[in-house]
Design a protein around this ligand. Structure first.
Ligand SMILES: Nc1ncnc2c1ncn2[C@@H]1O[C@H](COP(=O)(O)OP(=O)(O)OP(=O)(O)O)[C@@H](O)[C@H]1O
Length: 229
């Protein structure tokens, strides 16, 4: 089986900044669930930005289904297959209502209004926020915004999810609902988070991002927890 996504020999530094990545490589297979832990500033968000083509690496390749992502068309394909939950949900919600936001992607893909509504309603219900559908995003709480942003990602049915701090700001019920949803979701996902309790419940496959490299953690949960002591 070929990996769904490969990151090969990635090097990156922000202008006037230190090296964030030094020949970082890793791969993820269809339906594989992994998480990335690492200190503040380790580069988790930056890695997601580079995968999504929001930042250009100094060196290295992003390979989707065995094909190097080079052209605008390749990138369009990648963004269809990979759904990205931004760390800040404000970056993801821009329509007059939450329902409009969640319907935006399916409508853009050519679904009818009825079908887009059905898809959006299903995902909003799954996340327990269907009652918020007609609220404007600015009138949602932080946790509600995060779930709303996640709904706008899930509704597109991507093959791979990149989730940046998905559990941040969620109450106990929403947190547990999200754990169960991700456990049962038959999709590949990379979760970056500091919420080790959440990660322990979703996947045993942990990496630590440190000194510009991704290091697989054996006895993942214990070792990663040590990192945070
Ligand atoms: N726009 C930017 N310009 C310059 N440097 C940046 C920029 N964004 C991030 N950085 C730097 O790049 C490094 C990686 O940041 P990044 O946000 O990817 O880390 P992170 O692992 O996601 O952190 P956190 O756990 O706090 O979310 C940090 O040293 C940060 O200060």
């Amino acid at each position: 089986m070929i990996p769904l996504l490969q990151v090969k020999d990635l090097c990156f530094a922000y202008p006037n900044g230190h090296d964030v990545f030094k020949n970082l490589s890793f791969e993820i297979f269809p339906r594989e669930k992994v998480c990335i832990v690492g200190k503040n500033g380790a580069g988790k968000t930056t890695l997601f930005y580079i995968i999504m083509g929001l930042l250009r690496p100094v060196k290295g390749e992003i390979i989707l289904d065995g094909k190097i992502v080079r052209t605008k068309e390749d990138l369009r394909c990648l963004r269809k297959k990979i759904g990205f939950l931004f760390q800040d949900p404000e970056d993801q919600l821009f329509c007059p209502t939450l329902l409009d936001d969640v319907m935006f992607g399916p409508l853009n893909m050519g679904f009818s209004r009825d079908d887009a509504f059905d898809k959006a309603h299903k995902v909003l219900s799954m996340l327990g926020i269907a009652h918020l559908a007609h609220k404007p995003p600015y009138a949602l709480s932080g946790g509600q915004k995060r779930l709303g942003a996640l709904a706008s990602v899930l509704v597109m049915e991507p093959e791979l999810l990149l989730l940046d701090e998905p559990s941040s700001g969620l109450d106990e019920e929403a947190w547990l609902n999200l754990v169960l949803l991700l456990q049962n979701l038959n999709k590949a996902m990379i979760i970056a988070s500091h919420d080790t309790g959440f990660l322990e419940r979703v996947t045993p496959n942990w990496y630590e991002l440190a000194d510009g490299k991704l290091i697989p953690l054996k006895n993942c949960c214990n070792k990663a927890t040590e990192t945070f002591k």
